[in-house]
Design a protein around this ligand. Structure first.
Ligand SMILES: [Zn+2]
Length: 251
């Protein structure tokens, strides 16, 4: 198994960058949990651990210590940028070359994210960040647009953009780490609420969702079946909802 540590930045009392009515901590948690879900559903040799799965704030040392203790093969930190600019960039540790193992892995991720994120390319960069310096395994930090740029922020408010960015990261990880798709993984897919006008970045309360689809939420379908002539989907929670074409779109 390839052990992948996914680190959504900030969280809890640390919102990260804030602008245009959204907070970095929520955007990056949505991207990070989507990356985890895709890896777990579609790949046979990917094992995922996250620094946080809710609105909590592990310290930077807690994150790197946790990844090191777990024996991660790769550390992926997810952020969004601020400070006047637009577009995507990613980082490896200062002393690493682009031709190093980590540099080559980063190049794969960079290429695949850029194919799907609809953003301008600010390039491949280096920095002396804690999570890049204190990790005992290859580590990459991605900055997915500028929250204080209105066009980038509009993308961050879109569930489909969140999914595209997560998919880009996963496609890059697949190439960088030699991940293998499960056979028959085409039977798993995501559904998106078509009438969405609101977006919820926090994890849904699965137990409260039986029989309903809330606007703007993304569910992970693990099984499709027919009950009394109606198509139903088993969600990650094990709850069942009736698929209503007016409200549910297969993506
Ligand atoms: Zn950040």
């Amino acid at each position: 198994m390839v052990k992948i540590y996914v680190d959504p930045g900030h969280g809890g009392s640390d919102p990260g960058a804030v602008a245009n009515g959204i907070q970095e901590k929520n955007v990056v948690l949505a991207i990070g949990t989507s990356i985890r879900d895709i890896l777990q559903l579609e790949y046979e040799n990917a094992e995922v651990r996250m620094s946080r799965t809710g609105d909590t704030f592990p310290s930077l040392s807690q994150r790197t210590n946790d990844a090191n203790a777990w024996g991660a093969d790769f550390f992926l930190s997810i952020h969004v940028n601020a400070g006047g600019g637009t577009g995507y960039e990613d980082y490896i540790y200062t002393t690493l070359s682009d031709s190093s193992a980590t540099g080559v892995m980063r190049a794969r991720i960079h290429e695949e994210v850029m194919k799907l994120n609809g953003m301008s390319d600010r390039g491949r960069k280096k920095a002396n960040f804690h999570v890049l310096r204190e990790t005992a395994m290859p580590a990459v930090l991605t900055e997915n647009g500028f929250i204080d740029n209105s066009a980038d922020a509009a993308k961050m408010k879109s569930n489909s953009w969140i999914q595209d960015v997560a998919r880009g990261h996963v496609n890059g990880l697949e190439r960088a780490l030699g991940l293998r798709k499960k056979s028959g993984s085409g039977s798993t897919f995501l559904i998106r609420v078509k009438v969405a006008s609101l977006y919820y970045y926090d994890a849904p309360d699965w137990n409260a969702r039986a029989g309903t689809v809330s606007q703007g939420e993304v569910f992970t379908v693990v099984e499709t079946l027919t009950v009394n002539g109606s198509t139903m989907y088993r969600l990650k929670s094990g709850n069942y909802i009736t698929a209503n074409p007016q409200y549910v779109e297969i993506i």
